[in-house]
Design a protein around this ligand. Structure first.
Ligand SMILES: NC(=O)c1ccc[n+]([C@@H]2O[C@H](COP(=O)([O-])OP(=O)(O)OC[C@H]3O[C@@H](n4cnc5c(N)ncnc54)[C@H](O)[C@@H]3O)[C@@H](O)[C@H]2O)c1
Length: 232
């Protein structure tokens, strides 16, 4: 910040996945009533879904089984195989099938606009980690307690929350994850709880800083002493 000069160059995709999964896991712990014997539902089976599963397990979640759906069934199968027996994975034929069996649901698709509107499948039993942000129709959000990471960011770029707020007003957003953690907003177990995190750059910086400090301390980074023309 002081000089504008870069300190380090880091490969960012793993850092982004880690901070996304860590914040999703934090939200799951704060919004869902229990961590044991739950059924985890995964919709969209790419690296983000896989990293979220890893973080949930590391945080002490224990799943009866995992039910997974992807438009590309091969991806759902690869996701199942990648867990290496850590959890029993059952491939579902639709999002509704995942919702009907799961308690905690992760959306990690690449959908560009809402495609799931069947509110009857999302009930008070569910906590939904809506990481891909553009899957759910307004009718589902209207019946839920909506929690975001940042209210200004969460309504940008055609997100489901943004579309629903434009139509129904910002009172549909109950608060932020920070407000849940400080108990300024109470968790509502009478409705489904939906966490829609836009994703905060500051979290990337926090994780990158941790990686940088750890690699510097263990001597794993590569120092490039002649990177700048003027070493001073
Ligand atoms: N909110 C955040 O902070 C945050 C951070 C990082 C990534 N993301 C988002 O997470 C999502 C997943 O990222 P990824 O790297 O795993 O992507 P990916 O492309 O590797 O995987 C996405 C999977 O979703 C599937 N899919 C697409 N549309 C679907 C639908 N309608 N129903 C079911 N499956 C569907 C695809 O077939 C694919 O297998 C992306 O949308 C990304 O932008 C969010």
């Amino acid at each position: 910040m002081a000089t504008g000069l870069p300190v380090a160059c880091l490969e960012g995709s793993a850092i982004s996945a880690a901070r996304t999964a860590a914040s999703a896991t934090l939200a799951a712990g704060a919004l869902h009533p229990r961590k044991e014997r739950q059924v985890l539902g995964i919709i969209g089976c790419g690296p983000i879904a896989k990293t979220v599963h890893q973080h949930l397990r590391a945080d002490g979640w224990f799943f009866r089984y995992v039910t997974a759906f992807d438009l590309d069934e091969k991806r759902a199968q690869e996701f199942g195989a990648s867990l290496d027996g850590e959890d029993d994975v059952r491939i579902a034929g639709s999002i509704a099938e995942v919702a009907d069996t799961a308690d905690l649901i992760v959306f990690a698709t690449t959908a560009g606009e809402p495609h799931f509107f069947a509110a009857r499948h999302i009930t008070a039993r569910h906590t939904v980690l809506h990481l891909s942000l553009r899957d759910l129709g307004a009718e589902i959000l209207l019946g839920a307690q909506n929690i975001v990471d940042d209210p200004e960011h969460a309504v940008r770029e055609g997100t489901s929350v943004g579309l629903a707020v434009a139509e129904h007003g910002d009172t549909i957003v109950a608060g932020t994850l920070a407000q849940i953690l400080t108990a300024d907003v109470a968790v509502d177990y009478e409705r489904p709880r939906i966490f829609s995190p836009f994703g905060l750059g500051v979290l990337d910086i926090a994780v990158a800083s941790y990686v940088y400090d750890s690699s510097a301390a263990s001597g794993q980074g590569t120092e490039v002493l002649d990177f700048f023309a003027d070493p001073a």
